[in-house]
Design a binder for this molecule. Structure first.
Ligand code: C2E
Ligand code: CA
Ligand code: CA
Ligand code: CA
Length: 279
């Protein structure tokens, strides 16, 4: 029995050791990056489909690594989730966004709401609501300037916890959007159960929307469904005029994508906002 418990693969596979080591050093670096403020928040405008007017922006985290330069979130968010660093990372982003919004308000600039990505881990964690409350209190920012982007995986299980978390978020005046809609384990039941304000159509549907009939049908249907339920709809990943024309024809409310702007630093976003309309 004793012999069986020894997993040879784990002990003798050098590839795994290297992987484990890489992960370990990356984890150490990330921990340090959070502590030493080597993270940055970029902002990508969300604009009115009809007029191009900037209505809000999405906050997207970046890691400015001393050796590798700007690291994209896809390369460290999963690691953060595995290692528990997602809690301090999320708190860092929430605080950064709230204080940037506050400083903006203090300069007399009229605000637009900012949406923050909330991973399932974060959304379902015990202290999520209490830290958000604390951050709002400490930065003296009203919740109405925030929106939380959650994904379908966040609301699959644990219905009671999801219910109470959404209720608490709403009490703070914070809006909720459902991100990457259509890519997860979609169940239409939760659309009627939970009070979600905004549906964001995943960019994978938008990419081929003008050449792929099936994708066009999916996008049309999602927009129709969302409006029927009283939600706003955002098309993500809009890169071409043709894609914009299509979603506009379908009465999509807002668009986000490289056609209008890539994610940019706060100062550049403020400059864009000064004109309000992106053409
Ligand atoms: P997401 O929430 O779906 O964010 C949209 C992603 O699409 C962003 O990638 C954005 O740069 C990219 N994008 C925007 N417009 C276009 C376009 O026209 N074409 C294409 N091809 N891509 C476009 P990014 O910034 O690399 O973020 C990747 C993912 O990392 C995000 O996907 C989100 O799930 C996660 N993430 C980013 N910031 C945070 C954060 O602060 N907290 C958490 N938990 N997750 C985050
Ligand atoms: Ca998002
Ligand atoms: Ca998305
Ligand atoms: Ca995504």
């Amino acid at each position: 029995a004793k012999q069986k418990s020894i997993n040879r693969y784990e002990f003798f596979n050098p590839v795994m050791d290297i992987e484990a080591f890489k992960k370990f050093s990356l984890e150490k670096d990330l921990r340090k990056a959070i502590e030493e403020n080597h993270l940055e928040v970029y902002y990508q405008p969300r604009v009115c489909a009809k007029t191009g007017r900037i209505l809000s922006a999405e906050a997207l985290v970046r890691w400015n690594h001393s050796e590798w330069g700007m690291v994209a979130p896809a390369d460290f968010i999963p690691l953060a989730e595995e290692t528990g660093l997602i809690a301090p990372l999320s708190e860092w982003v929430e605080r950064a966004v709230c204080s940037q919004l506050k400083s903006w308000q203090e300069q007399g600039i009229s605000l637009v709401p900012i949406s923050i990505n909330v991973s399932a881990h974060r959304f379902l964690s015990k202290n999520f609501i209490s830290t958000i409350k604390k951050t709002l209190e400490q930065t003296q920012l009203e919740g109405k300037w925030l929106e939380m982007e959650i994904t379908e995986t966040s609301i699959l299980d644990n219905q009671e916890l999801v219910d109470s978390t959404i209720t608490e978020i709403k009490k703070l005046g914070i809006k909720i959007s459902l991100d990457d809609f259509g890519t997860g384990y979609s169940s239409l039941a939760y659309l009627t159960r939970f009070k979600v304000d905004v549906l964001k159509i995943d960019k994978s549907f938008i990419r081929d929307v003008t050449i792929n009939q099936a994708n066009a049908t999916v996008v049309k249907t999602i927009i129709h469904l969302a409006h029927g339920l009283g939600m706003r709809v955002v098309a993500e990943g809009v890169e071409t005029k043709e894609q914009l024309t299509f979603v506009k024809q379908q009465n999509c409310d807002e668009v986000q994508g490289y056609l209008f702007s890539k994610p940019i630093v706060f100062e550049d976003f403020l400059r864009l906002l000064a004109n309000r309309i992106i053409t």
